[in-house]
Ligand binder design. Sequence first.
Ligand code: ADP
Ligand code: MG
Ligand code: MG
Length: 323
Amino acid sequence: ISFGGKTEEADGEYFRLGTIVRLRLFGKDKKFLEGELERADAEIARLEALFSANAADSEVRRAGGEWVRVSPETYELLRRALEIAEETNGAFDPAIGRITGLWKIGTEEARVPGAEEIRAALPRCGYRNISLKEEDGARFIKLSKGARIDLGAIAKGRAADILAKKLCEDGVKSALIDLGGNLALVGAKPDGKAWRLGIQDPGKARGEYFGVVETSDGSVVTSGPYERFFEKEGVRYHHIFDPETGYPAKSEFSSVTVADRDSTKADALCTAFFVMGHARAEKYLEKHKEIAAIFLLDGENRILITDAARGLFTPTDKSFSLE
Ligand code: ADP
Ligand code: MG
Ligand code: MG
């Protein structure tokens, strides 16, 4: 699209879903765009009250040992989460809440739990601890004893999808949705060209990129240990956990990016690939040739990309090699 005449822009920045949310909307009518910004922020706030693992009164946190009725949005997100958890053999685990609740990484109370605490929490994790049912058009969830949901690795993707759809239905022709680095697009740029989205170089300051993904529409999501971590006695502990050990996942990757129309899937998959590591991710991708993924190998300045990502991704930093 190209708007013809003058293009207006309305930008907003909010703190939602535990991260910085930036919205850039483009169109002809500034008043309309500003109204849309407000409505979009209200929508994110509504989703946060459903999906948050941290707000004690969120819908997700109200889940427990008995069947609890939930909204269609929460149910649908959990359904997708369980599907991806199964498909990734539990590398993506929406029931990781007991482990993340022990470490509290990203909060003031971050700590290294004792081995005994971790051992006790591990059986409470695993997606099979979450059950869903639909009855007479109502939806319910139930957890096995002591389990806790954490949708931190998928909720931003889902929120981005819902928001992109809403903006589109409301008549916004061009927009960039940035939920803490989870990027989703509505239409092409206002000049009609594809968006060029930079992928953060984990070793450099925020906003410095090692490559760009070029796309109109769809979504680009990156996961990496550099996003959230804390240090104790010279050891760095990051926020993506191996559900098998309860410790921050040891991975050959320093960053994983997935580009997909479906931001929910892109978000969950890039977390899963990080946890899987090179060998398991490669095996998964052999069966899923349609996935466009970009991997940065830790400490090596080497980039690996899938066939589906060729043509979308261009390295911009000459010190990186592309394979
Ligand atoms: P970001 O927080 O930067 O969006 P991710 O999408 O990778 O990064 O999500 C990481 C978050 O997901 C963690 O903060 C935690 O809440 C949760 N999490 C950690 N490990 C896992 C895992 N193996 N599977 C699912 N969720 C996880
Ligand atoms: Mg994720
Ligand atoms: Mg994420």
